[in-house]
Design a binder for this molecule. Structure first.
Ligand code: SF4
Ligand code: SF4
Length: 348
């Protein structure tokens, strides 16, 4: 028999869900959702499961990841039950369930804990910079080493085990039978969704938002590649230098729109912006901007006299790599891509 968690409603409210208990099950939201189909129908079903407290069913579901938060369902809900925001809150909740460390849940639910985490990393970087006498060359060398070590460590110790837990909850535990051949054949789905997020194009009037996301993903991944693998800050090659400038500019220019829309809260999708949403876009903006300025100051030969700029970049980088990527909203990008892959595996 299905287990009911009577406290689930309160729990999901801590992840941002508002007024979803007002739902009277009319089904308008599902009818207007352009991504919902007869076989994979949402968000009404997820609103009901949440209101009743069917936690295990929610944990086994990939549906929250199939929603791209266009906000149409919330606009058309006669009860103002905000099904779109409920789906977003379920994604935050699921992220915390997949995360074996439990830190995602703590950071999502508590702003003070998030602030403490940012302060601890800030103190750590300042302590390190002091320990090397604020020598620019050593700080840059450490920054580059840190990027490589952080990518490997976060990937191996946090992200991969968490994806394995997601697979356990959504495929293994519900006893979905999948052949090895299907795992291999469906693999393309993972990378297509990771790089293009093409499913978002299915949302009505979402083309511009999809395009912005697409440009940002490509810009972010290219900037990561340029700084980590092509060592942008130390590279003497013109092609690498220009590539880094273009990619970092793309990241901070595109994120200006995201930050401003989140701050204004004037659209359905930004009305209930949570601190984790803001941290994600602001830190992405700061990453792009500070990286651009650091390279510019190197080329103008004025970075030695302005070490504070590199220090600022390093602080943003460390907070991004140790807080936002493993435990914050960055993970949605990864889980959504895996959800599309797992959904393909579940297809009959
Ligand atoms: S439109 Fe609103 S009231 Fe109707 S099923 Fe959806 S969430 Fe419930
Ligand atoms: S926010 Fe958009 S994609 Fe998500 S459930 Fe509502 S209508 Fe569907």
């Amino acid at each position: 028999m299905a287990k009911i968690n009577t406290k689930f409603g309160n729990e999901i409210s801590k992840y941002g869900a508002v007024n979803f208990r007002a739902c009277y099950n009319c089904g308008n939201c599902t009818a207007v959702c352009s991504l919902s189909t007869e076989e994979v129908s949402f968000p009404r079903e997820m609103v009901r499961l949440s209101a009743i407290g069917f936690e295990d069913e929610i944990k086994a579901s990939l549906k929250p990841w199939e929603c791209y938060y266009c906000g149409e369902c919330s606009t058309h809900c006669p009860q103002e039950a905000n099904p779109g925001e409920l789906m977003m809150s379920l994604r935050r909740y699921l992220t915390s369930k997949y995360d074996w460390t439990g830190l995602s849940g703590l950071l999502y639910k508590s702003l003070p804990i998030s602030i403490i985490a940012f302060i601890i990393t800030l103190i750590g970087v300042l302590w390190f910079a002091g320990s090397v006498g604020y020598e620019l060359e050593k700080m840059i060398h450490f920054g580059h080493m840190f990027e490589m070590i952080a990518i490997a460590a976060v990937g191996v110790f946090i992200l991969m085990p968490n994806v394995a837990r997601m697979w356990y909850y959504t495929i293994l535990k519900p006893k979905t039978k999948v052949s090895i051949a299907k795992y291999v054949k469906s693999m393309g789905e993972l990378f297509i969704h990771m790089f293009t997020q093409k499913r978002a194009l299915g949302c009505d009037d979402n083309q511009f938002r999809w395009f912005e996301h697409f440009v940002l993903v490509i810009g972010y991944l290219s900037l990561l590649f340029t700084t980590v693998f092509l060592n942008w800050f130390a590279s003497p090659y013109l092609f690498v230098i220009i590539l880094g400038y273009v990619m970092s500019a793309i990241v901070f220019v595109v994120t200006i729109d995201f930050v401003s829309s989140r701050m204004k809260r004037n659209k359905e999708v930004s009305k209930y912006t949570q601190p984790s949403d803001l941290f994600f876009v602001i830190w992405l903006f700061l990453m792009g901007l500070t990286a651009f300025l650091v390279r510019l100051f190197i080329d103008l030969d004025i970075l030695e006299g302005n070490k504070w700029l590199y220090l600022m970049h390093l602080i943003v980088l460390v907070q991004w790599a140790l807080i936002i990527v493993p435990f914050g909203k960055w993970t949605h990008f990864m889980y959504r891509s895996f959800a599309m892959y797992f959904a393909k595996l579940k297809e009959k």
